[in-house]
Design a protein around this ligand. Structure first.
Ligand SMILES: CSC[C@H]1O[C@@H](n2cnc3c(O)ncnc32)[C@H](O)[C@@H]1O
Ligand SMILES: [Zn+2]
Length: 430
């Protein structure tokens, strides 16, 4: 007796091939892929005309920034952070972060994401939203060495790791989150690396996002941010580096040597006019690249279906090369490579027996899914988040025929609207 059987869908297997077959789920695990003639299960889902893929892995976001969506647009990164975002974030409460995160989780589930990496504040409240909603997440308490709360952030990171790493039925893992080289001076980063060594924790950090960051770092330390991180030991504990837009061939060689995994955020990089990361060169060098949305204040949504299309098209036009990031490579970045980037390569990101049942099911009975010459191509270039029909995480259905099973949508929208408006009003009256 299985818990769930997905019957007769077009399944994207771990070998990259799509076959019409069945998937059986027992508890949290995929236990069988192949024809199951008369399935005995608590729930059998008819998946004819459905595409079944590994749930998307969003490798970099700041979930609760949904509350600042459309508050500050059309600005460059440092101006955006310094004049709008950081002042507004100073007013955040733990309840705001809980509701903002839950809004993000709802948006991610509805667009097919089953796992995300977050860096923010009030992380126990983020973890609570993750635990209650049923999604999978890799959480980091953001730390900035230049702020008065620098030492408190280190202490909170340690207690957060001790309380939440592997919690929520194993759906939550924890990393350390030094924000960036320009907010975390070398002495502070040394404390972070010492803590990473003590806990056995990996590190999630923003690196080389803008040309200005690289120029300032080079002026101050005579080294690129990547080379500086190498010197400080930041790359010795397992590193998830967000952005890496302005990296040189020498930086790429260091990243390869140190096994740095990259969270590529094409939508955010385009909107903040940060630049185009050399992703084809990184892939060529054998670096693990996952896909992320960044926060909803810089993207301005958390839709990995859109990000999939952006990554597959941006690098073509930038390099004048239609093969720069083919559809299959883009889908891999959104799934299997994303899971590897988060240190979850043995857990999620693939439809294979023994892996967690983290699954997204697309409804292909829509005009833009016909004719079906190539389903991977349709997913990368034609699909929409509206096609997401059912989402399963850890063997539990979180979105059932487009309806949430763990989230009260009406209450969520009311809380998020009220809190978002209040936060922006507070920022304007200061
Ligand atoms: C210290 S918690 C995380 C911190 O990061 C800020 N943030 C959001 N988007 C970006 C980005 O693209 N680059 C750098 N920092 C970013 C967020 O507002 C929080 O303050
Ligand atoms: Zn970010």
């Amino acid at each position: 007796m299985f818990n769930i059987v997905l019957k007769g869908g077009d399944v994207l297997g771990a070998d990259g091939q799509i076959r019409q077959t069945d998937i059986a789920i027992s508890g949290s695990i995929i236990t069988q892929i192949g024809t199951i003639p008369e399935p005995q299960a608590n729930r059998v889902i008819d998946c004819r005309n459905k595409l079944i893929v590994p749930g998307f892995v969003n490798t970099h976001t700041h979930a609760a920034m949904t509350l600042f969506r459309s508050y500050a647009d059309d600005m460059m990164l440092m101006d955006w952070l310094q004049t709008k975002i950081w002042p507004a974030e100073a007013n955040l409460t733990s309840e705001d972060v809980y509701w903002g995160t839950l809004l993000a989780i709802a948006e991610m589930i509805k667009s097919g994401t089953t796992c995300f990496a977050d860096m923010y504040f009030f992380m126990p409240d983020v973890a609570k939203a993750v635990a209650e909603s049923g999604i999978r997440a890799v959480l980091s308490r953001g730390m900035a060495g230049v702020t008065p709360s620098a030492n408190q952030a280190l202490a909170e990171s340690e207690s957060f790791y001790n309380e939440w790493h592997n919690a929520g039925d194993g759906r939550i893992t924890v990393m350390l989150g030094p924000h960036a080289p320009y907010t975390c001076p070398p002495d502070y980063l040394k404390k972070v690396t010492a803590l990473a060594g003590k806990l056995g924790a990996e590190i999630h950090i923003h690196l080389s996002e803008t040309a200005g960051e690289v120029a300032d770092c080079t002026k101050q330390y005579n080294k690129s941010p990547i080379a500086l991180m190498q010197e400080l030991g930041v790359l010795d504990h397992g590193t998830l580096a967000a952005h890496c837009v302005h990296v040189s061939p020498e930086d790429i060689a260091i990243m390869k040597e140190k096994g740095v995994r990259v969270a590529h955020n094409p939508g955010s990089n385009m909107k903040l006019a940060s630049g185009v990361a050399p992703i084809p060169q990184m892939l060529q060098a054998g670096i693990c690249v996952g896909l992320g949305t960044d926060g909803a204040a810089s993207n301005n949504n958390l839709d990995m279906v859109e990000e999939l299309r952006l990554v597959a098209t941006l690098h073509k036009v930038h390099g004048l090369d239609p093969l720069a990031v083919p559809a299959k490579a883009a889908v891999d970045m959104a799934t299997v490579q994303g899971a590897k980037a988060l240190g979850l390569g043995q857990v999620t990101g693939q439809l294979e027996t023994g892996y967690k049942a983290d699954i997204t099911i697309f409804d292909m009975q829509q005009p833009h899914w016909h004719p079906r010459h190539d389903r991977i191509s349709l997913l990368a270039y034609a699909a929409s988040a509206h096609d997401v029909h059912t989402v399963i995480v850890d063997g539990k259905i979180l979105l059932d025929n487009r309806q949430f099973t763990t989230i009260d949508q009406e209450q969520l929208f009311a809380e998020a609207d009220r809190r978002g408006m209040q936060l922006v009003k507070k920022s304007h009256t200061k």
